[in-house]
Design a protein. Structure first.
Length: 198
C-alpha cells in the first residue's frame, strides 16, 4: 500500500470516526442535581429581606413553590426549562432597604460537581412598594466535559418577589477524543495534498 493510499484511508477513517464520535458524544437527556445556598449578608441600608423557600404568594409571578434543595431533574438537549423558582424575597422593615446577597449554585452531573457564586443586589422602597433583584451575572455557565449547562437568573422587579430560573443543556464543548480524531483526519488530508504536488 503506497503512501498516497495510506493517507487517503487515514483521512476517510478520521472523518468517519469524527462524525461518529460527534453524534454519540452526548446523551439527549442528562440527570442533574441542583442545590443552592445563600451566603452571609447584612443590609447596606435599612433592614435585610427574608428569603423564603416555601409556597408563597408573590407580586411578580403569583403563587409559587420554589425548588426543593437539592433538586434532581432531567435536562433535554437544547430544550431550556421554564417556570422554576429558587426562592422568594420578602421585604422587611420600612423606608429604603438595600443588601448585596451572595448566592451559590451547585450542579452535579454523574460524579462531576461544580459550584459557581454570584451576587444579587436587593433594593426595596416601602414608600413606593417597589423592590428589585439585580444579578451581577445573569447567566452562569457550568461545564462538565462536553456537557454545557447554562443557568439563567433574570433580574426581578415588584414586591415580595420570586426568583425565576431556567436551565439550558447543550453539548458545544468537544471532547479530547474528538479533537484527536479531527487532527488525525486533517493530517491525513494534508499528506494527500503534499503527495499530489510532488
Amino acid at each position: 500500500m503506497n503512501n498516497r493510499l495510506v493517507a487517503t484511508v487515514a483521512a476517510i477513517l478520521g472523518a468517519s470516526l469524527l462524525a461518529f464520535v460527534e453524534q454519540t458524544a452526548s446523551a439527549t437527556t442528562i440527570s442533574v442535581k441542583d442545590s443552592w445556598s445563600v451566603g452571609s449578608y447584612s443590609p447596606t441600608q435599612g433592614t435585610k429581606p427574608t428569603i423564603t423557600t416555601s409556597t408563597t404568594s408573590t407580586s411578580n409571578h403569583g403563587t409559587v413553590t420554589p425548588l426543593i434543595d437539592p433538586y434532581t431533574q432531567s435536562l433535554s438537549l437544547n430544550t431550556p426549562t421554564s417556570g422554576e423558582y429558587l426562592f422568594v424575597v420578602d421585604p422587611q422593615g420600612s423606608g429604603i432597604n438595600k443588601a448585596i446577597i451572595p448566592i451559590s449554585l451547585t450542579l452535579t452531573v454523574g460524579t462531576l460537581s461544580e459550584t459557581l457564586t454570584d451576587d444579587v443586589t436587593y433594593y426595596a422602597n416601602y414608600g413606593t412598594d417597589l423592590d428589585s433583584l439585580t444579578w451581577a451575572t445573569n447567566t452562569l455557565d457550568f461545564v462538565f466535559g462536553n456537557n454545557d449547562i447554562a443557568v439563567s437568573l433574570p433580574n426581578e422587579t415588584d414586591w415580595n418577589m420570586a426568583q425565576n430560573v431556567a436551565f439550558a443543556y447543550t453539548d458545544t464543548v468537544p471532547e479530547p477524543a474528538t479533537l484527536s480524531l479531527l487532527g488525525f483526519g486533517m493530517a491525513g488530508m494534508g499528506l494527500t495534498r503534499r503527495r499530489k504536488k510532488n
